[in-house]
Design a protein. Structure first.
Lengths: 620, 493, 101
């Protein structure tokens, strides 16, 4: 039984965690815009307090037998009621702490990365806003509350991608990200509304309850699940709405690390975890999810194999890893998906922050350029990148190894082996593309010693510390698989004795191939895919998905709909109105001939009429 | 409720503050522009404070008509000076107060014919206040026309961009609307059999036969619908908004279009509920077309004010959809949307107005990179754009949510169309934001000043309102819902 | 009655037509006004004759009204003529066609 004291503590700690970043956002926007250092200080201290209280919440409530729920009626109508509040259960607590930790690390890192930027205060204001929204999303008690914060984090993503708004590509990317995720959100919104119409309540606990699903017909349930999954597709950049994420790399690197790899894009998967019992009631929908996850995972991996832009490679890799998470969840193991979400958040943030150091120092995103300018001379990011890439490839004993193992095991639990085969192919490609940048930077060709001197010169410590913390977590978190499992109370996937050797050897095979092509002394540093020109173009152009969307937008939305509607507005409606006006004016003009303005003529006519009337009356 | 407090005629006091302001402006010589501005600000501030007080003092648990003032005006015809507040008009009175006050402050830098401008402006606002608070059909119509006629001189004298065309079109459209409303009102009065013009006397069930209701509803809906920008009678609104000076656009899109929607609600729906139920599917069709149409046409516009105006067409479509659902939810959402859209569009127009005043252009291709030059002024527009896209945290989100939710129950197709219009509206607003405010610093306007804190104040008030009702939607909902439920209960099944 | 009743009416008719001819033929506003005055006087003559013939005083009372109306009409009319002359520089009513484009 939960004591009232603990319940009060939970409420207070959650409120503090959420309140601090929001207060910092308000104060920075309204008062301290002109004082960048003060703004940064405010934001970082606010998020530190948040992190401390989130962690204390996690440890005080560990192990939690029964979820803590605090909710109040926020918006109620005749036949529906929307409750807002906090729902503290193991999965939300884990996300809560994870987000708070990564937010803090990224904000500290940004001190170095964003130093001297004219929009420094604005940056920290948006960071605070994001921290508030993302933390609130994690503890939302109802689906609509979650949707609201889901939209707000999308807004933060837009603002932060287009942070350098003077660059056209950045603003374009921000717009694309917002509109594409909005497309998914629209589907999510329709799903939420349908559920609300039919259930009258959107509490997550209620939704997951078996009796709730029983009130809906199976077909309707599938429809709702698929509509909500549409939101996940948008937010977590799954097929077919995946192309906004690589473009989102236009934002500052810490933003990519925080929003576009570790937390915000993972919100989609987090939603899946939240609604896992609800989702799993529809077998058809789960199969669709599994298919979408698999396609995204494979497609994004192929794209990552050819790109030269180091951030884009990690972005594709994020899509592909999110695909893994969706696969794990859709295969029926919420633990596999959630565990991978946790580890991925840590090592992917680490990868981004490391490449951020290079990008900051050498002012280029191109991995060959970084190598040429002697990128390997920066030891901390190099070591950390190797660690994180190994973790990404699933090499033991790093975090990624454990989580990927659970996903593969959950896929093996399915009767049809095709998903497992696809996942193994994915493991191979992941290892290949993860080590490609590593080997390119580690073994540079035609080193340019002049450029070695060229350095951005930033406080290295602020940037290095978060790297070390994340590296430590990446090394350590995998060993806590069992305790996490028991804390979350989710069933682990089955044991498969031969799984570990197979997957690890496939991963090593991938690493070996990369070494063969990029690492050894006489390696051409050109991948096997890059040799086949059409294939390279195909992958580089993202399977022509972007071209398809551009075509649809331009031809269908602009040309066909918008243009023809505008024409209708001007020609048909306004034209019709002007026609009526012209008719009135024209008939007036005709009548005006009668009114000659000649007084005598008028009198004459008058007299004539009088005479005629007299004749009529007297003579007839 | 303290009886002495509720006996004080707050509603007439609001009117009186406007009329006294008008008189004071007329008395002050036109040279003393500063004094005129201060008097206007003071008078509008007073009506805003009274409006806020009414909103706060309205008894939410009790609902129904409150702050009633009823005096016999013409006994032989049954005309009463009858003002009261219920859940339908209270949000709109508050809206008018806010937009009126912020509109006066927005025009602080006006130098040309200040006295005449504010005098006409106050006539307009007096009419609007009167229309919203009146419960007598005769007075409703009189106030309606009082609020229409100052539009023409306001646009023709202080406007821009094809102002004669815009003003003429607007005026003719609105008069056409009036011409439809007046015969319908007289028809209803004659058919009612001598109960007089009292709205609540006339809305007793059985006063009008179903046929009479269907017949009169059509006229009233079309007449008021023209003012509400119902598709396909919306084209006066973009050209009118574009031509009008800033605060008139604010009042126009923010409040005058609501006058139409509120007229549909208060006159057409109240008096002819059976006509309403009969015509509702057609209303939904027009509203749905309007929602999608507005954003799509907005996509191709190159003038900032046209863009905002077309977004208004789309948002007013949401109001229409709410009214068309014939559910309590839909009516609530429609009233909420009237309020939220009024504030949001006033914010957008006032931000565009500042840009226009300083740069002397509203053309999107000519602008660009304004964020570097006037970051605060740009931020106001961007915030307004987010509110317009239906981002949560602003009042518009809740209004749209409520309407679309009710639409899903009755017209699922319209609901889906409205949600997809939200996606297009994101594309549409962000495109404008990107092209106007983002990009390289625009050298042509490099030296222009950013908005001063004094001029920023009205915009801050608008944003604060949006955020307040966006965070605490039940503040508004509790006011609207009791009246809506009471009204829906009384409907014939 | 010395003068036969019919003669009074013939006189009134003659005066009326003289006035009418004046109004129709002249192109000077003042002359037109005078023509109108003449027509009014014709009516007055007819009223007086009628009053005498039927022995009732209504007709005479009407004549007083006609005199009053005529006086005011001349006053207003002349004022208008002066105003019109100021604006257009002419007393010819055919020139007053500002409203006609």
């Amino acid at each position: 039984m939960i004591s009232p004291l603990l319940k009060e503590f939970g409420f207070a700690a959650t409120a503090i965690t959420l309140g601090m970043p929001f207060a910092s956002f308000v104060v920075i926007t309204l008062f301290t815009r002109a004082h960048p250092r003060l703004s940064a200080g405010l934001s970082i201290s606010a998020v530190s307090i948040s992190m401390l209280s989130a962690l204390s919440l996690l440890f005080r409530l560990w192990p939690l037998e029964k979820p803590l729920e605090y909710s109040t009626l926020w918006y109620g109508g005749h036949d529906f009621s929307l409750f807002f509040g906090f729902l503290l259960d193991p999965s939300s607590l884990l996300m809560f702490s994870l987000v708070a930790v990564i937010c803090l690390l990224v904000q500290v890192y940004s001190l170095g990365y964003m130093e001297g930027d004219p929009g420094f205060s604005r940056y920290y204001a948006f960071q605070s806003l994001f921290a508030w929204a993302m933390l609130s999303l994690a503890v939302s008690t109802s689906l609509l509350q979650l949707y609201i914060f889901w939209e707000v984090v999308g807004l933060c993503s837009y603002l932060l991608i287009g942070f350098w708004y003077e660059r056209f590509s950045a603003t374009q990317a921000g717009k694309k990200a917002f509109v594409m995720t909005r497309l998914g959100d629209a589907s999510f919104f329709v799903g939420v509304l349908l559920l609300l119409v039919h259930l009258g309540d959107l509490s997550i606990m209620e939704l997951n309850d078996a009796s709730t699903a029983a009130r809906l017909s199976p077909g309707f349930l599938t429809l709702c699940v698929l509509l909500v999954f549409g939101g996940i597709i948008g937010k977590s950049a799954q097929f077919p709405l995946m192309t906004w994420l690589p473009d989102a790399m236009e934002g500052p690197t810490p933003v990519s690390a925080l929003l576009h790899s570790a937390t915000m894009v993972a919100a989609g998967v987090f939603l899946f975890v939240r609604l896992f019992p609800f989702f799993s009631r529809s077998e058809t929908a789960m199969t669709v999810c599994l298919t979408v996850g698999t396609i995204s995972m494979l497609m994004a991996s192929t794209m990552a194999m050819v790109d030269r832009d180091i951030k884009k490679v990690w972005a594709y890799s994020t899509i592909s890893q999110l695909g893994y998470m969706v696969m794990g969840l859709a295969a029926g193991s919420s633990f596999a998906g959630y565990f991978h979400l946790t580890t991925h958040a840590l090592f992917k943030a680490l990868l981004f922050l490391c490449s951020g150091v290079w990008i900051h120092y050498f002012e280029t995103n191109d991995m060959y350029e970084i190598a040429r300018k002697n990128g390997r001379s920066l030891k901390t990011p190099l070591v950390c990148t190797v660690l994180a890439a190994a973790s990404l490839s699933g090499l033991p004993p790093l975090a990624g190894f454990f989580s990927k193992e659970t996903i593969l095991a959950s896929l093996l639990d399915r009767p049809d082996p095709i998903w497992f085969a696809a996942a193994l192919l994915g493991v191979f490609m992941t290892a290949y593309y993860a080590f490609r940048p590593v080997f390119i930077i580690l073994f540079p060709r035609n080193l340019d010693p002049q450029d070695e001197e060229h350095r951005g010169g930033a406080p290295y410590l602020a940037m290095a510390l978060p790297l070390l913390v994340l590296a430590g977590l990446t090394l350590g978190i995998g060993w806590f698989e069992r305790s996490l499992e028991s804390f979350l109370g989710m069933a682990p996937p089955g044991e498969h004795a031969w799984l570990t050797p197979v997957s690890v050897s496939v991963a090593f095979l991938g690493v070996f191939l990369t070494w063969f092509e990029f690492g050894r002394r006489t390696a051409p540093q050109m991948g096997f895919v890059e040799r086949i020109r059409p294939l390279k173009t195909f992958f580089l152009r993202r399977w022509f998905l972007d071209d398809l969307y551009a075509f649809l937008l331009k031809q269908v939305v602009y040309r066909l709909l918008a243009r023809s509607f505008t024409q209708n507005d001007q020609r048909v409606i306004d034209g019709g109105i002007e026609g009526i006006a012209r008719l009135a004016v024209g008939s007036g003009r005709i009548c005006s001939y009668i009114q000659s303005g000649l007084l005598r003529l008028n009198l004459m006519v008058m007299l004539l009429v009088v005479v005629l009337m007299g004749l009529y009356f007297f003579l007839l | 409720m303290n009886p002495t407090l509720s006996d004080f005629p707050f509603l007439s006091a609001i009117m009186l503050s406007c009329i006294l302001g008008l008189v004071a402006i007329l008395v002050i010589p036109g040279r003393q522009k500063g004094l005129i501005r201060w008097v206007s600000a003071f008078s509008s501030g007073l009506s805003l404070i009274l409006g806020i007080f009414l909103f706060a003092a309205y008894d939410r648990t009790q609902g129904g008509l409150q702050f009633v003032e009823k005096i016999v005006w013409m006994k032989s015809l049954g005309i009463h000076y009858f003002n009261a507040v219920d859940g339908f008009n209270l949000p709109l009175l508050l809206l008018t107060g806010i937009v009126h006050f912020t509109g006066v402050l927005t025009m602080w830098e006006l130098e040309e014919r200040v006295k005449e401008f504010f005098a006409l402006y106050f006539v307009l606002v007096t009419g609007v206040f009167g229309f919203f608070m009146s419960m007598d059909l005769f007075f409703l119509f009189v106030w309606y026309d009082v609020s229409l006629f100052p539009m023409y001189p306001l646009i023709v004298i202080w406007g821009s961009t094809r102002k004669e065309y815009g003003a003429m079109k607007l005026f003719l459209y609105l008069l056409a609307g009036s011409a439809l409303i007046l015969p319908a009102m007289i028809y209803l009065f004659v058919q009612s059999g001598g109960v007089g013009f009292d709205l609540f006397g006339m809305m007793q069930p059985g006063t009008f036969s179903p046929f009479q209701q269907k017949f009169a509803f059509l006229f009233l809906y079309l007449g008021f619908g023209i003012l509400a920008g119902v598709w396909p009678f919306h084209t006066w609104s973009p050209s009118g908004h574009v031509a009008a000076p800033t605060s008139v656009s604010m009042l126009h899109a923010g409040v005058l279009m609501k006058l139409g929607a509120f007229g549909v609600l208060r006159v057409a729906i109240f008096l002819c509920p059976e006509g309403w139920q009969y015509w509702a599917p057609w209303m939904a069709v027009l509203a749905t077309i309007g929602i999608v149409y507005g954003v799509l046409v907005g996509l191709t516009q190159t003038d900032l004010k046209y863009v905002v105006a077309y977004s208004s067409v789309s948002h007013m479509g949401i109001v229409g959809l709410g009214l068309a659902t014939v559910t309590a939810q839909g009516l609530t959402g429609a009233v909420y949307q009237m309020f939220a859209h009024g504030i949001m569009t006033a914010l957008l127009f006032s931000s565009v107005g500042y840009l226009h005043d300083k740069t002397d252009t509203k053309s999107i291709p000519e602008l660009g990179g304004m964020s570097r030059i006037m970051p605060v002024a740009s931020a106001y527009f961007i915030v307004g754009a987010f509110a317009g896209m239906g981002v949560p945290g602003f009042a518009n989100f809740w209004a749209e949510l409520t309407v679309i939710l009710s639409a899903f129950k009755v017209y699922p197709v319209s609901g889906v169309a409205a949600v997809s219009a939200l996606v297009i509206s994101a594309l549409f607003m962000l495109r404008v934001v990107q092209k106007t405010f983002y990009g390289e610093k625009n050298q042509r306007f490099a030296g222009l000043p950013d908005v001063s804190p004094a001029l920023g104040f009205p915009r801050m008030v608008l944003i604060a309102t949006l955020v307040l009702f966006g965070f605490f939607p039940s503040l508004m909902l509790d006011v609207i819902q009791p009246s809506v439920f009471a009204f829906m209960e009384g409907l014939p099944k | 009655m010395i003068v036969p009743f019919s003669h009074v009416f013939i006189l009134a008719a003659a005066v009326f037509f003289i006035g009418l001819a004046c109004v129709l033929a002249r192109r000077n506003l003042i002359m037109i006004l005078i023509g109108i005055e003449i027509m009014m006087n014709a009516a007055a003559i007819a009223f007086v004759g009628g009053a005498l013939h039927w022995g009732r005083l209504d007709g005479q009372a009407f004549v007083l009204f006609i005199l009053g109306v005529a006086a005011t009409e001349v006053a207003v009319g002349l004022a208008l003529v002066v105003a019109a002359h100021r604006v257009t520089g002419s007393v010819d009513p055919d020139r007053y066609n500002l409203l006609r484009r």
